[in-house]
Design a protein around this ligand. Structure first.
Ligand code: ZN
Length: 740
C-alpha cells in the first residue's frame, strides 16, 4: 500500500500536486474527486459499436504492462469495474466538437463520452497518462494501477496539430515511422506531415516511374550522418555502399492505415517545382533547355513536367486519403527558368511578367488539378509570391507573416515559423519554454482572420539527424510543449505548471524508450559571483535524474558527486554541473558557475561612455581581436552597431567599466545578430557566439558595489545586424571608459 503511505506523508502542497495529474497536453477543465479507480484483472472495456477500435487500442496499450486480460465488448450501458467509451450526442458533449470529450472517473467505473471516435481516442490518451508511468512499459510490471477520480471536460483549440518529418535527407524505416506516429498520438497531435521528396532522395515508390526509387532513392554522397547539398550524387549503378531507402506502396498504405487508427492524418509532401533533384536526375527530360548542372527545379515551360506531376499526384492521391496534399513550393531557384527557351516561351504565351509569376502559374495548375479531384493544396509561404492560387492553404515558415498575409487574403494558414517550430534548431536557439509560449494565432488578428489559422506544427529537417535517437532527441520535449501550445487557449497556458508536469512526463518518455533531451541543471541564484565566497544552488532534478558536479575544472561524469543541497564555494572556483538520468547514458548540457574576486583595475579618471575598436573580416565565430589591427577606434555613448563603417563582415570590441552602485544580483541580457560574448573582470558572463539571427541570452551575476572592467565582443557576417546589452538590477549601471 505504498500509495496510501505516500498520501499520509504528503503535505497540503503535495496533495494539490497529486490532485492535478501530469497530463500533457493539460486537459481544459479538470475537477479532482475523492478516491481512485483501480484497474484490475477483472476490469472490462465496454464501447459503443463505432468506438470498438478505440477500446481495442486502450486494451492493447495496457495489456503488456498490467498483464490483465481487459476484454473488450460492445454496448452502451455502464457497468461496475469497467471503462466505458460512449458516443453521445447530448448538447453538453456535442458542444465540445468531434475531438472533445467528457471523462468521468469514479471509484467503480470510468465513463468517456464524445460525439465521435476521435474524442474517445483522446480520452483514452488522457487515461494512459493518468495511470502510473510504468503502464507504458512493454513488459509486465507489478504495480497498483490507480487512476485518481476526476471529472474532465476537454477539447483542442486548433484543428491542425501537426508534426513533420523529413525522410529525404535521412531515411527512417517504416517501423520508426509507426513509432513516431504512436508518440505524437499520445500527445494528441492529429497530423503527420511526411516530407517524402527532396534533394536528398525520392522515398515514395511509383508504379509509372520506377527509376525514382531504383535510382533516385540511393545517393553515393553524402553518406549517413553527413550533409552537403552540393555533393549530392545519384549514380544509378549500385556498388552497395550508397545511402538511402524508400517506402513501397504497400508500406505506405500500412502506415496511413496505422495512423488513421490513431486519428492521425498523414499529409504527404510532393515537393515542386524545386527541391527535387532526384526526379530530374532520373528523368532528365523534366529539366530546362538548356539543362542546369544539378538542376533541382522542374522546367515550367514543358508539358512533360505537368504530365509527370499529374501522374505522380494521381498515384499519391490513391495512397493518401488526406484532404490536404502538400506540394512544397519553397526555395525555388528560378535562374534556370530565366535561361530556358521553353520557360521564356511559356511566360510570353501566358503573359507572365517575371519568374515569380511563372511559379504562381505552376502552382495554380497543380492547385486546379488537386481541386478537380476534391483535394486541397498546401504550400510553403513562398507560394504567396507572384499571386496565391485560388484554393491554396499557406504553411508559414519564414516567420508568421506569410500566414497572416494568407488569412488577410481570406485563405487558411498553418503556422510553423522557424522561431518556434523548427526542431532541427538547437535547444539553445529554440528552447522548450519558447515553443510552449508560441501562440499560432497572434492577438493582432481579427477574430475571422484568427479562425482561418488552422493550427501549427513542429518540423524536423534531418540534414543533421542521421538516426532515430537523434530525431527523438531534437523532437522531445519540444513536441510535448507544442502539443500543449496547440491544444490549450493561450490564456490557459501556464509555463511553470507545464514544466512541473514535464518533470513527471520524462518518466513516460523513458518508459517508451524516447531519447529526449535531458534538462540542464537550473541554478536558483547567480551563475557568477564577484566576492570571496558564493552559494551554489539548483532546482531539484526531475524524478529519476540527478545533478552531478565538479569543482576541479573537469567535466562532470557518472562518477562525479551528486548535488543534494546548496553549498559554498570560494573565489577562484568554477563549478561544472550536468543532469544525469538513471535511464540514459547521455547527460544534459553543462552549466557553469563561478566565484571570482575582482582586482581593482580602474585606470586613471573614468568618464561616461564606452571605448570601441572596429575590425573588418569574414568570420563564422568571434576571432581573437587582440591579434588583429582595427580599422577604426573611438568612444561612443552606448553599445550598438552604429559604430560600423560597412553593413557586413565586421566586428567590434567594446571595452570599458561597469559602475555598480549597489550590492545585489544583476541580470545581463546580451542580444546580437550574429555572435557576441560578454566578459566582466576577465570572467565569461554571456556566451552568444556563432552565426545566428538575433538571439538574446542572459546571465545573473552577484556583484558588490564597485567598478568592474568589461569587454563585449561582437561580429557580423551577413544579413541583418544588431547588438544590445540590457542590464537589470537593484540600481542603474553606468558605462564608463578611461578618460584622456
Ligand atoms: Zn524550363
Amino acid at each position: 500500500m505504498r500509495h496510501n503511505r505516500d498520501v499520509l506523508l504528503a503535505s497540503a502542497a503535495m496533495l494539490s500536486v497529486l490532485a492535478s495529474p501530469a497530463v500533457i497536453p493539460r486537459p481544459l477543465d479538470y475537477s479532482p474527486k475523492p478516491g481512485a479507480f483501480r484497474l484490475s484483472w477483472s476490469t472490462t472495456i465496454i464501447a459503443s459499436a463505432e468506438a470498438l477500435d478505440e477500446a481495442q487500442f486502450l486494451a492493447r496499450s495496457l495489456r503488456p504492462a498490467t498483464g490483465f486480460p481487459l476484454p473488450v465488448r460492445g454496448g452502451n450501458a455502464e457497468a461496475p469495474d469497467s471503462i466505458v467509451l460512449l458516443l453521445d450526442t447530448s448538447p453538453e458533449v456535442a458542444a465540445l466538437g468531434r475531438e472533445g470529450y467528457v471523462l468521468a472517473i469514479a471509484p467503480d467505473r470510468i465513463v468517456a463520452r464524445s460525439t465521435a471516435p476521435a474524442g474517445l481516442f483522446y480520452a483514452v490518451q488522457t487515461l494512459r497518462q493518468m495511470l502510473p508511468h510504468e503502464s507504458l512499459l512493454p513488459t509486465k510490471q507489478t504495480n497498483d494501477w490507480l487512476i485518481p477520480c476526476a471529472r474532465i471536460t476537454d477539447k483542442p483549440r486548433f484543428a491542425w496539430r501537426g508534426m513533420h518529418l523529413d525522410v529525404s535527407r535521412h531515411f527512417f524505416p517504416p517501423e520508426f515511422i509507426k513509432r513516431f506516429i504512436d508518440l505524437i498520438a499520445l500527445h494528441k497531435f492529429n497530423v503527420f506531415h511526411w516530407h517524402l521528396i527532396d534533394d536528398g532522395g525520392w522515398r515514395m515508390e511509383s508504379l509509372q516511374y520506377p527509376l525514382l526509387t531504383e535510382r533516385g532513392a540511393w545517393r553515393s554522397a553524402p553518406k549517413r550522418g553527413e550533409w552537403s547539398q552540393s555533393a549530392l550524387n545519384f549514380p544509378g549503378t549500385r556498388s552497395g555502399d550508397e545511402y538511402g531507402g524508400y517506402y513501397t506502396r504497400a508500406e505506405i498504405r500500412e502506415i496511413v492505415a496505422y495512423a488513421a487508427q490513431r486519428h492521425v492524418t498523414v499529409v504527404p509532401e510532393i515537393e515542386l517545382p524545386g527541391h527535387t533533384l532526384p526526379s530530374i536526375v532520373c528523368y532528365p527530360n523534366l529539366a530546362c533547355d538548356p539543362p542546369g548542372g544539378n538542376q533541382n527545379v522542374y522546367c515550367a515551360g514543358s508539358e512533360k513536367t505537368f504530365e509527370f506531376l499529374e501522374n505522380i499526384l494521381d498515384e499519391t492521391l490513391d495512397l493518401f486519403p488526406s484532404p490536404y496534399i502538400h506540394i512544397g513550393g519553397d526555395e525555388v531557384y528560378k535562374g534556370w527558368w530565366e535561361n530556358c527557351t521553353r520557360c521564356r516561351g511559356r511566360m510570353a504565351q501566358e503573359g507572365l511578367r517575371d519568374v515569380d509569376e511563372l511559379q504562381s502559374y505552376f502552382v495554380r495548375r497543380i492547385d486546379a488539378f488537386l481541386t478537380a479531384r476534391g483535394r486541397k493544396l498546401i504550400g510553403w509561404d513562398e507560394i504567396l509570391e507572384g499571386g496565391l492560387a485560388p484554393n491554396a492553404t499557406v504553411m508559414s515558415w519564414r516567420g508568421t507573416q506569410g500566414g497572416i498575409e494568407a488569412v488577410r487574403q481570406g485563405r487558411d494558414a498553418i503556422m510553423c515559423p522557424t522561431s518556434h517550430c523548427y526542431f532541427d534548431y538547437s535547444y539553445g536557439t529554440t528552447p522548450t519554454e519558447e515553443v510552449y509560449l508560441f501562440d499560432p494565432a497572434p492577438e493582432a488578428l481579427a477574430p475571422d482572420e484568427a479562425s482561418r489559422i488552422l493550427g501549427a506544427q513542429g518540423n524536423l529537417w534531418t540534414e543533421w539527424m542521421p538516426d532515430e535517437e537523434r530525431v527523438l532527441h531534437m523532437a522531445f520535449p519540444r513536441a510535448a510543449a507544442l502539443a500543449e501550445a496547440v491544444w490549450l487557449p493561450q490564456e490557459r497556458k501556464d509555463l511553470d505548471d507545464f514544466l512541473r508536469r514535464l518533470n513527471a512526463h520524462y518518466a513516460r518518455l523513458d518508459a517508451l524508450g524516447v531519447t529526449y533531451r535531458i534538462p540542464a541543471p537550473q541554478p536558483t541564484a547567480a551563475t557568477l559571483t564577484f566576492d570571496e565566497v558564493a552559494i551554489v544552488a539548483f532546482q531539484p532534478a526531475p524524478p529519476g535524474m540527478v545533478i552531478r558536479f565538479t569543482t576541479d575544472g573537469a567535466a562532470p561524469d557518472a562518477s562525479s558527486p551528486v548535488y543534494r543541497q546548496p553549498f559554498k564555494i570560494s573565489a577562484g572556483t568554477v563549478v561544472r554541473a550536468a543532469t544525469f538520468s538513471l535511464r540514459s547514458s547521455h547527460p544534459s548540457d553543462e552549466v557553469r558557475l563561478a566565484c571570482v574576486l575582482p582586482h581593482e583595475q580602474r585606470e586613471g579618471n573614468l568618464v561616461p561612455g564606452v571605448a570601441y575598436r572596429l575590425y573588418h573580416g569574414s568570420w563564422s565565430r568571434l576571432p581573437d581581436f587582440d591579434a588583429l589591427v582595427p580599422v577604426a577606434t573611438g568612444a561612443t555613448d552606448r553599445i550598438g552597431v552604429h559604430v560600423k563603417q560597412r553593413e557586413e563582415q565586421y566586428g567590434v570590441r567594446f571595452e570599458g567599466y561597469l559602475n555598480i552602485s549597489a550590492d545585489g544580483e544583476y541580470e545581463f541580457q546580451l542580444g546580437s545578430d550574429d555572435g557576441s560574448v560578454l566578459r566582466i573582470a576577465g570572467a565569461m558572463v554571456v556566451d552568444n557566439n556563432g552565426l545566428h539571427a538575433f538571439v538574446e541570452r542572459s546571465a545573473r551575476v552577484r556583484m558588490k558595489r564597485g567598478v568592474y572592467p568589461f569587454v563585449l565582443d561582437y561580429f557580423e557576417q551577413g544579413g541583418a545586424d544588431a547588438v544590445s546589452l540590457r542590464i537589470e538590477g537593484p540600481a542603474p549601471v553606468e558605462l564608463l571608459r578611461a578618460g584622456e
